[in-house]
Design a protein around this ligand. Structure first.
Ligand SMILES: [Zn+2]
Length: 425
């Protein structure tokens, strides 16, 4: 009887194992479907509406782990086979739009932001749903659509014209993390500098834990987008240059916040290579950058701190890491995180569900919270996520806190390593 019970448990338990993964070849072909849509809204409301579908020549992501296991991101895309109703792909992502919604401007006006998500190109009809995480942590549906892979409404244009080089080659894209770098503000004559900048910045990244242990798990691609002019828009200095992906400083009136709203052009260039992550290198010496989870990263290349900014921003975009810095007296971002729930980011906690964070990494007897006078390798220090109170970080210093930190704290290192392994398994 006992044996039968055990067998029954195994029989009934296995189909419902969480994160049971998808058979890639049954559902997908080796290409991407890109879904472009518009976020529209303000502080109080948001909606999403379809713009266009595009077939792109490569799928650079994992073919094994097509169901997300991390639960990161403000938004979630779910792809379901229309006939079998099997969930065959999920992934989380963030947007510039959600950040704008926390600004003062969003209290007084409504804006639209372009957004793009990719998933492997389906063989059969699929239902696609995009959901948004609300303030209380629950998800609400924003957009649903059915895609027929043979439909002539899917745009099949070639990617934006640019020459492509594989700078670091460790083999197939599904078994590696592929970063596609896009040249921004590099003229035709500056493309050699672009490649040298990629090598300089990635060499620095691979000298740091945990990247130093995973050097052979990355492919690096360079898309040599040619800009008419060198540099980058700098509105506060009245500098305007015509560049490939229209990047600019002073996003949301923050001088150092370097981003681009030209998502469509960035994706059109990125489509020249298989990729897990998009990194736009901006050919200027002014300090700045930006990184958004599963969207893209930007950094300027010629500032004294460009190397540090480079891996800080990638921490946001690649591993969903939060900023560990905070402001003593600034309430600008005071309502960025709901302190009544546990944030999804792996390197900050409100202590609401600390067991889901780095609690198991603490030494026995570590005080929670940890007084700032205790200089532990890993603890629970108050002040993180822009807030001096009620949000906690894993270490006194970390690359997600300052440019002078020696490296990433243990919780960030683990989050990065987990993501590399998930994508390269
Ligand atoms: Zn950290």
């Amino acid at each position: 009887m006992r044996i039968i019970t055990i067998l029954l448990i195994i029989f009934f338990a296995s189909p419902s194992l969480s994160f049971s993964q998808t058979d890639f070849n049954r559902y997908f072909e080796d290409a991407s479907l890109r879904l472009d849509f518009a976020f529209t809204g303000n502080k109080d409301r948001q909606e999403a509406s379809m713009i266009e579908l595009k077939k792109e020549p490569f799928w650079g992501g994992t073919k094994k782990n097509l169901i997300d296991k991390f639960g990161y991101g403000t938004y979630l895309i779910t792809v379901t086979d229309s006939k079998t109703k099997d969930t065959i792909y999920t992934s989380g992502f963030c947007s510039l739009f959600e950040e704008w919604r926390t600004t003062a401007e969003a209290k007084t006006m409504t804006k639209t932001f372009y957004q793009s998500v990719t998933f492997p190109f389906p063989k059969n009809d699929v239902d696609v749903e995009i959901k948004a995480r609300e303030w209380d942590g629950s998800f609400t549906p924003l957009l649903t659509t059915t895609v027929s892979p043979d439909s002539y409404t899917i745009i099949r244009d070639k990617p934006a014209k640019a020459s492509v080089t594989k700078v670091i080659d460790n083999g197939s894209s599904d078994k590696n993390v592929d970063i596609v770098f896009i040249a921004e503000g590099y003229t035709k004559d500056e493309q050699e500098k672009f490649i040298a900048d990629i090598k300089r910045l990635t060499n620095y990244m691979f000298s740091f834990a945990p990247y130093d242990n995973y050097k052979n798990k990355f492919n690096i691609w360079a898309v040599k987008a040619i800009s008419d002019e060198s540099g980058c828009d700098d509105p506060r200095k009245d500098i305007w240059v015509n560049t490939a992906v229209n990047s600019s400083f002073n996003t949301f009136n923050s001088d150092r916040y370097l981003t681009s709203v030209d998502v469509r052009t960035i994706r059109d260039y990125a489509a020249n290579a298989p990729y897990d992550q998009i990194y736009v290198l901006v050919n200027t010496g002014k300090y700045g950058g930006g990184g958004i989870f599963n969207h893209f990263s930007l950094t300027s290349v010629d500032n004294d701190y460009s190397k540090q900014v480079f891996i800080h921003e990638f921490g946001h975009a690649f591993a969903g890491l939060a900023d560990e810095y905070y402001y003593e007296n600034d309430s600008t971002y005071e309502n960025f995180f709901n302190k009544k729930i546990e944030p999804w980011q792996p390197n900050i906690t409100t202590l609401v569900h600390f067991d889901k964070k780095w609690e198991s990494m603490l030494d026995d007897g570590t005080p929670v919270p940890t007084p700032p006078t205790d200089t532990l390798n890993i603890g629970v220090y108050e002040g993180a996520g822009y807030s001096a109170k009620g949000i906690y970080r894993p270490a006194l210093d970390c690359r997600m806190k300052t440019n002078t930190a020696k490296g990433f704290c243990p919780a960030c290192r683990k989050a990065i390593a987990d993501m590399i392994e998930f994508l390269s398994e």
